[in-house]
Design a binder for this molecule. Structure first.
Ligand code: MV4
Length: 503
């Protein structure tokens, strides 16, 4: 087939921009980078075939500035835009803008993004498609009396969720009817303020759950495949920290069953390109669909290592109108992969952001080790953007091999000048519950992992004195641009001493 795509603008920065540039290189496509004032010396600017200045450091004026990005795309004459994750990746207005300007948005159509962005609309469609969802209200609830009736039926505790929330925003717990009435009023007001409408729904609160998601791809010919699951239960304040595949609780039969359900979920919204169906799994092993993430995810390398499939190249070929070149039966889950997100945050100090110059660094390598990063000796980690500096991914023929490789690689990994989450992962890789696969979304608290790290690694805490100090962090968090990001579904993911944000 003749290729529609010969050049791609990458509307992102950091490690994911580098990941996409590599895919372009392999496919013989021209890559076009954009960069803010803060990123003039960033490596994605050097690695791309060309690079355009997009604006000031603040995301709203640079990586979120749709009109400016579109202007650059047109001036550069690109055929497609890859949004990466975060920023504009799940913004249906931006997808629409691309459609209007005849530039291929590498992702789903704006219509599907609209459906997946509205959690309630999405849930209704899933029920029709016989995808299991969490028991609760059938639609948006306007009236507190109706909310109380549904809660009584589902049984307390319940959650009140906003249809436009995500990543933990707009979720409130009610343990009894009194609390429900109280929370309903507050949640309505909050939702109106943030989204212009009070679209609330009620769900039974599932406790001690796991977060298990399925990687999906769907092409413009209607072919849908799942690329198995990732377990992402180890997280803190809705920020994933460790992801792995396979999930320790998955069996071959369950994988086939939930995988087919996940395919029905993306078929139901006429999804295009790569996406993820997110499920909550209760201690009895029941799976409940909660949402579709309509982007390439941070943790996609985990799936790449256990399937051998290059998801970014596959995304580009799907956007180019090509059919997925493999059948479901062709896929084999090979071995085990683990990803640790190396964030510029101090785990010894409430995960306070730690930014500045990295005078030196030394990346791990060796059998089964992959590092996706923008770090280089002498680089700077900016406080304006997401704290993710590197993704360390290990592969092994089984969980124990990937775990040991990860542990060794963490020991080899040197990042000078800033504090990172590396010490936390060293503790987790040797922790009994982790080794036994006993995971849940409250893993860190349940097993006092931070305390354990502090005891074990007291002397090894590098503790560079360059944290954004509480007063400065508070001022920064209250500044206008971060406030804006907190209410959009994209932007900085730094949630230190701040409400949960998008993941
Ligand atoms: C839930 C839940 C328990 N019961 N829904 C949080 C973010 C959003 N994506 C869905 N979330 C949850 N929804 C019901 N009915 C618990 C969570 C939840 C969670 C989910 C996935 C990963 C981490 C989490 C941490 C806390 C709460």
């Amino acid at each position: 087939m003749t290729s529609k795509i010969s050049s791609i603008l990458i509307a992102n920065r950091g490690e994911i921009a580098l990941r996409i540039i590599r895919a372009c290189r392999e496919l013989g496509l021209k890559s076009v980078a954009i960069y803010s004032d803060e990123d003039t010396r960033s490596i994605h600017v050097k690695r791309a075939d060309s690079a355009y200045h997009v604006g000031p450091a603040a995301p709203a004026q640079s990586y979120l500035n749709m009109n400016k990005i579109m202007e650059i795309a047109i001036a550069a004459g690109v055929d497609a835009i890859h949004p990466g994750y975060g920023f504009l990746s799940e913004n249906e207005t931006f997808a629409q803008l691309c459609e209007k300007n005849n530039i291929i948005f590498i992702g789903p159509k704006s219509l599907a993004m609209d459906l997946t962005g509205d959690k309630m609309k999405c849930k209704e469609l899933m029920k029709k498609a016989e995808v299991p969802t969490v028991p609760g209200s059938d639609g948006v609830i306007e009236d507190v009396e109706l909310a109380a009736e549904i809660a009584r039926e589902a049984g307390y505790p319940v959650l009140l969720k906003s249809a436009f929330g995500g990543g933990g925003r707009g979720i409130r717990l009610a343990r009894d009817e009194n609390e429900l009435r109280q929370e309903f009023e507050m949640a309505s007001a909050e939702s109106k303020a943030a989204f212009g409408k009070a679209a609330l729904f009620v769900e039974k609160f599932l406790e001690r759950i796991r977060h298990v998601e399925f990687q999906l791809v769907r092409d413009s010919h209607g072919n849908t495949r799942h690329l198995f699951e990732r377990e992402c239960s180890i997280q803190r304040r809705h920020q994933k920290l460790i992801e792995m595949s396979p999930s320790p609780i998955m069996t071959v039969d369950k994988r086939n069953e939930i995988g087919e359900i996940a395919k029905r979920a993306v078929d139901a919204v006429d999804y295009l390109n790569a996406g993820t169906a997110e499920f909550l799994c209760d201690p009895q092993g029941n799976f409940y669909f909660i949402e579709i993430n309509s982007r390439l995810q941070v943790e996609h390398p985990v799936t790449e290592l256990i399937t051998g499939i290059d998801l970014v190249k596959l995304q580009i070929s799907i956007a180019n109108g090509e059919a997925i070149p493999f059948k479901q039966e062709d896929l084999k889950l090979n071995g085990s992969a683990i990803e640790c997100r190396i964030n510029a945050e101090d785990p010894f100090y409430e995960f306070a952001p730690s930014v500045g110059k990295v005078p030196n660094c030394n990346l791990p390598y060796g059998p089964g080790i992959r590092v996706d990063t923008y770090l280089y000796p002498g680089c700077t980690v900016s406080g304006f953007y997401d704290s993710l500096t590197a993704k360390l991914i290990s592969w092994g023929s089984d969980f124990d091999e990937s775990r040991r490789r990860m542990r060794n690689a963490l020991d080899e990994f040197v990042i000078e000048g800033i504090n990172t989450t590396i010490p936390l992962y060293k503790t987790i890789m040797n922790e009994d519950h982790f080794i036994k696969g006993e995971l849940s979304t409250d893993y860190l608290d349940r097993y006092s992992i931070i305390e354990k790290m502090k005891t074990e690694l007291k002397d090894k805490n590098s503790n560079f004195q360059n944290r954004i100090l509480p007063a400065v962090a508070t001022a920064l968090l209250q500044s206008e641009y971060i406030k804006k990001n907190a209410h959009s579904r994209q932007g900085s993911q730094n949630n230190w001493r701040f409400g949960g944000m998008t993941n």
